[in-house]
Design a protein around this ligand. Structure first.
Ligand SMILES: NC(=O)c1ccc[n+]([C@@H]2O[C@H](COP(=O)([O-])OP(=O)(O)OC[C@H]3O[C@@H](n4cnc5c(N)ncnc54)[C@H](OP(=O)(O)O)[C@@H]3O)[C@@H](O)[C@H]2O)c1
Length: 248
């Protein structure tokens, strides 16, 4: 069957982003992703996906820069013709206690993790409203819901993301667009596996009742559901996927 719907996953070349792109491709979307100006080898990642049968497009953009996202979205619409699903996944960490946190670490995380959600979602609304169907899914974090020492910047940005989700969900529900937040716990991605093994064993795993890290593919499966027609009644939700680490 010809693939019609178009998905854009920001930060698709990272640990979770790769699983999201692949799962949405398998779900029948034509998938585009973004890479940051700092990414040294987008072609290598694209070639690796192609080798595994996954044909993706990629656009260079700094998601924290409004003008850059505006230009990128226009280019995507010109080349792919439509936009049906936006997954705001790009994000960074710059951990430090508030006492030691430089203003640049505060504002850098807010710009990249939260401004980006406004920047991309705003661009996505017009095409989604015109076709009276759309899905926006914002990737937050368990640490937005429970806090984490050393992550005031990250927790603030990720918690702000869900406030944005709820307000936008109310604004666009009548246009056939749903907006949801997905809040993963610790995943088996480079961000976590590069930590000292002893820290993962002694500080992270004991907090997770199911006794393991989450798989990126598990989060991607949830995102694919939220992106489907079957999830049309789910909007404004914040769905936890954290192995029981935090329940609310
Ligand atoms: N891993 C976890 O355990 C976990 C848990 C909860 C929530 N999350 C959230 O899940 C998302 C993905 O996490 P991950 O582990 O896959 O992280 P990751 O591997 O570090 O990927 C993050 C992606 O964000 C992109 N990015 C960063 N700054 C950017 C900018 N200014 N403009 C454009 N793109 C930018 C990077 O693009 P380039 O590669 O092109 O530079 C990268 O691909 C993040 O929002 C994270 O906060 C992760």
């Amino acid at each position: 069957m010809e693939k019609l719907r178009v998905a854009l996953v920001t930060g698709g070349m990272g640990g979770l982003g790769t699983a999201l792109c692949r799962r949405l491709d398998a779900a029948g979307f034509r998938v585009a992703t973004t890479y940051s100006p700092a990414n040294p080898s987008p072609e290598g990642w694209l070639a690796a996906q192609r080798d595994e049968g996954c044909r993706l497009r990629a656009y260079k953009v700094d998601v924290s820069n409004y003008a850059d996202t505006e230009w990128m979205l226009q280019q995507l619409l010109a080349e792919m013709g439509r936009l049906d699903l936006l997954v705001n996944n790009a994000g960074i960490v710059r951990d430090a206690s508030v006492r030691d946190m430089a203003f640049a670490d505060w504002s850098g995380v807010l710009h990249t993790n939260l401004d980006s959600v406004f920047n991309l979602s705003k661009q996505a609304l017009e095409p989604m409203m015109a076709q009276r169907w759309g899905r926006i899914i914002n990737i937050s974090s368990v640490n937005a819901q429970r806090g984490a020492p050393g992550q005031a910047n990250y927790a603030a940005a990720k918690a702000g993301m869900h406030g944005f989700t709820k307000a936008l969900a109310l604004e666009v529900a009548r246009h056939g667009i749903t907006v949801n937040t997905v809040s993963p716990g610790y995943l088996r991605t480079r961000r976590v596996t590069q930590l000292p093994a002893v820290e993962v064993q002694s500080a992270i795993l004991p907090q997770i009742p199911v006794g393991r890290l989450g798989e990126p593919a598990e989060v991607a499966g949830l995102v694919a559901y939220l992106a489907s027609d079957a999830a049309g009644f789910v909007t404004g939700a914040n769905i936890a996927i954290n192995g029981g680490q935090h329940m609310c």
